[in-house]
Design a protein. Structure first.
Length: 414
């Protein structure tokens, strides 16, 4: 049957005489452009409107573009009468003539209705304060299920940076609101990393709410212009710096001497060591290991301890009278609490050693760089550092040092 044969003025009598076929049949109204009726093999009859979207284009042959063809469901016949279908079609065509897409308008109204439903059903849960404080909130349930060990630290960061909005409905958060916060932090001289990390924590809460609460769809992060972080380079100590660093370290408080030595000689991350207790040190045969529980990859791993590291740790424990259940490095000020920050002491250490641009985490880089230079196989270093794959170890530390490049030039002969 041709398109022309399928096009005629819709009337009750004409539509009543249409019989279902083996396939879905389509019939067009001769009075209203784009209005058509489909009849399925089981006799279901539905009105649709076909139109060309005024706001969305697709590629066409010859490098050209054309308007995207769309169709929007109007309703079932005879529940929706012919006159009602024509009126609805005419209204949508008017929307198209004004340069808008009725499909987008319908979706927007659906989102608004869903947001209202979410607000009515879950409104009391949809504030940052409740998500952070209520044990039954979507975010708190997620942190318990995934056994996230730094949930409290994350919550504290969110409270610190976004405290002004703790009581605001999450459905009212906007991209412009967050963009303003980014601009404030940037103007204050904050680094890209210190801006992006709190945003990532906040984004996770919104994601958990969208998953847990049907109808909550707000995503103020869509289209957000976040600062670009510079690709970090591997910083390690040069020979002269290493000598000055060791001399300055000897003048530090004992806890700093021991902590820095352990980080420097194991390649462990700072929080992995600070988050460990004495009972996590295990002896297997004549070797000692620290069983790390609070790792970046959320997996337990064995950190091998050299004899020199074991000796220093043992002396430290005896001198401080620390028990099995105590932290490796308790807070020097508050009993029962672990050491959390060495920022001030680290700055003093670098100042005394006259070293710039060297972070605590760079002790790990120096350990890895020296280990490779001393012949440690990359796959062994991967396991020691706790990298998930060998490529990470090679990409980060399989570099050529300036000294090696200089030696290569010196060795060159014609």
């Amino acid at each position: 049957m041709t398109r022309t044969a399928n096009k005629f003025p819709f009337t009750k009598d004409r539509l009543r005489r249409l019989e279902p076929g083996d396939k879905v049949a389509r019939y067009y109204d001769d009075k209203t452009p784009g209005l058509f009726l489909t009849i399925t093999p089981n006799g279901v009859r539905t009105f649709y409107l076909a139109y060309a979207s005024p706001v969305e284009e697709v590629s066409a042959p010859g490098g050209k573009t054309r308007k995207r063809s769309r169709q929007i469901k109007l309703g079932r016949y005879p529940t929706l009468t012919i006159d009602q279908a024509r009126a609805a079609a005419s209204e949508h065509l008017g929307t198209v003539a004004r340069g808008n897409d009725p499909m987008f308008d319908r979706r927007a109204r659906a989102r608004e209705a869903a947001a209202q439903m979410a607000l009515e059903k879950h409104g009391s849960m949809l504030t940052l304060r409740v998500q952070l404080d209520d044990d039954e909130s979507a975010w708190r349930r997620y942190t318990r299920r995934e056994k996230l060990k730094r949930a409290e630290e994350t919550a504290a960061i969110i409270r610190h940076h976004f405290g002004r909005w703790l009581e605001s409905p999450m459905s009212m958060f906007t991209r412009e609101q967050l963009q303003g916060w980014i601009d404030e932090r940037t103007s204050a001289g904050a680094s890209a990393g210190s801006i992006n990390r709190p945003l990532a924590y906040l984004r996770s809460i919104f994601h958990r709410c969208r998953v847990a609460y049907p109808g909550f769809t707000n995503n103020p992060f869509e289209g957000l212009d976040t600062p670009t972080e510079k690709k970090s380079h591997v910083r390690y100590l040069f020979d002269d710096e290493r000598l000055r660093f060791q001399a300055a370290l000897a003048k530090q408080p004992r806890y700093m001497q021991v902590l820095v030595f352990i980080l420097w000689r194991t390649g462990a991350r700072k929080n992995e060591i600070l988050g460990s207790r004495w009972r996590q040190i295990e002896k297997r045969g004549d070797r000692h290991y620290l069983v790390l529980k609070d790792t970046k990859n959320r997996e337990d791993r064995l950190l091998p301890l050299s004899r020199e590291v074991v000796r220093v740790l043992t002396e430290w424990r005896l001198a401080e009278g620390l028990r099995e259940t105590d932290w490796l490095f308790p807070s020097p000020r508050v009993a029962g609490v672990r050491l959390t920050s060495i920022q001030k002491q680290w700055a003093k250490l670098l100042g005394d050693a006259q070293i710039e641009n060297f972070r605590v985490h760079d002790l790990r880089h120096d350990f890895a760089t020296q280990s490779l230079a001393n012949g440690t196989p990359p796959h062994v270093l991967q396991r020691v550092l706790g990298h998930k794959d060998l490529a990470t170890t090679l990409n980060r530390y399989g570099h050529v040092t300036p000294e090696e490049m200089h030696d290569a030039v010196e060795r060159f002969t014609l």
